[in-house]
Design a protein around this ligand. Structure first.
Ligand code: HAM
Length: 418
């Protein structure tokens, strides 16, 4: 039986990969304007890192991680997200001592054992950005404007930026208790998962897709009315700065996010076009995460964009596939060998040249050039070789001319510019 790929793990083929290159290069360009440097983290971390930061009672840690024991019996996990690893690496290398403010971005695959569907995979990719070391609202506003400018630069429209504040270790526990008490009386309305969540992580119930669970929450108290004065001021300040930047947003007091490390600002960018999995990006502040993993107190805020969803939103169906600049069609062994070296000379001069490897007829070489969508074809036979000439054919106009072999590079360079 022919071996197939794994469910939820996608191949990214040539033709599609150009879109990935485009979104990556645009991220590097825009994030560079904001002073972010690239960070690279390992695929594997100690399971404990994610359990302690994302939270034992989250879906990610509870049921979605790819965890295994290695040969030494250590429990390791394929990273389900980047934030915990970046904070771990930042602390481990003492970057907090070298530079109090760290601005980093990361691009790469993540792994979560979720039920695959449109926009949801088991291996997916994120573009992630983090600001470490700034507690003030400047960082919140700046990372949000960077995220939205990036999405705009890609021509993505009809996005909604939703923000909320989830409070801090002082004001969130009383709110959690209040929700628990509120839902206790409506317990029988909740799905099985949410009945369990009611004990372990009641705020997660806001994220449940079950209509009955949502109905149970209709009159639930809102987190914003539980914020302590410091958290309230912080949130007000974030909103003021976003207004100064003329960035539109909607406050969504029911947005809770699926990871437990968030404090204060939390946000999501949603696109109706995406269907059920409508969040193209999510993020927020995590001022207690560094301490949760055993480090000093270092505030942080960041976001991650789901690249598969981002690419689904790119405008236009235009293919970004690249095409060779020239195809060398040759006839006869001598001409083939000359053509083969000529292709190399062209490449040495920065010209993408293709040749036939199968010693096909001239007709099928021309068909191949057509398939490859090359604008120019060089035709070289024994006759031309004797005269030190070559025929150059413009595939669009079908006009052919004979040119000296020695002039090829200059002529192809000129024609490629036209
Ligand atoms: P997250 O909300 O879990 O946040 O993921 C961020 C984005 O990754 C989502 O909005 C979605 O676009 C994409 N995503 C998540 N799971 C999948 C999946 N199974 N298939 C396809 N796309 C998916 C985080 O990961 C946080 N680390 C974000 C953050 C950074 N917070 C602070 N800094």
């Amino acid at each position: 039986m022919q071996i197939k790929g794994i469910r939820g793990f996608k191949d990214i083929l040539p033709g599609e990969v150009e879109k990935w290159q485009l979104v990556e290069s645009e991220a590097r360009r825009i994030f560079g304007l904001f002073g972010f440097s690239e960070f690279r983290i390992p695929l594997l971390e100690r399971t404990e890192l994610f359990a302690r930061s994302i939270g034992e009672a989250t879906d990610i840690v509870g049921k979605e991680m790819y965890t295994f024991l290695d040969r030494d019996g250590d429990s390791l996990t394929l990273r389900p997200e980047a934030t915990a690893s970046i904070v771990r690496a930042y602390l481990e290398h003492g970057l907090n001592q070298k530079n109090p403010v760290g601005k980093y971005y990361f691009v790469g695959p993540m792994f979560r054992y979720e039920r695959p569907q449109k926009g949801r995979y088991r291996q997916f990719h994120q573009i992630d950005a983090e600001v470490l070391g700034v507690q003030e609202a400047w960082a919140d506003a700046e990372i949000l404007v960077m995220l939205m400018r990036y999405l705009e630069a890609l021509g993505i429209e009809n996005l909604s930026l939703q923000i909320n504040s989830l409070g801090c270790p002082q004001c969130r526990p009383p709110y959690k208790k209040e929700i628990q008490t509120f839902l206790q009386t409506r317990r029988n309305l909740l799905c099985e998962d949410c009945q369990r969540r009611l004990e372990t992580n009641p705020l997660r119930i806001f994220d449940c897709k079950n209509e009955d669970c949502q109905a149970a929450l209709t009159e639930a108290p809102e987190v914003l009315s539980f914020l302590c004065p410091e958290c309230r001021n912080h949130f007000e300040r974030v909103k003021t700065l976003l207004d100064d930047l003329r960035l539109s947003y909607a406050v969504n007091p029911r947005m809770v996010r699926g990871l437990d490390y968030y404090t204060r600002t939390a946000f999501e960018v949603v696109a109706g076009e995406l269907g059920a999995q409508n969040a193209v990006s999510g993020g927020g502040r995590y001022d207690a995460l560094a301490e949760e993993i055993g480090g000093p107190a270092v505030p942080g805020i960041g976001f991650a964009i789901g690249m598969e969803r981002l690419i689904m939103l790119l405008p236009g169906k235009r293919s970004l596939a690249r095409h060779p600049q020239i195809f060398l069609a040759t006839l006869g062994d001598k001409a083939r060998r000359r053509g083969f070296s000529l292709a190399q000379e062209l490449r040495d001069n920065g010209i993408w040249a293709e040749v036939d490897y199968e010693e096909k007829s001239l007709k099928s070489q021309m068909r191949q050039a057509d398939r490859m969508k090359t604008p120019l074809v060089l035709i070289l036979g024994e006759e031309e070789l004797k005269k030190n000439q070559v025929i150059i054919r413009n595939m669009a106009t079908k006009v052919q001319e004979e040119i000296p072999l020695g002039e090829i590079i200059r002529i192809v360079e000129n024609k490629s510019k036209q």
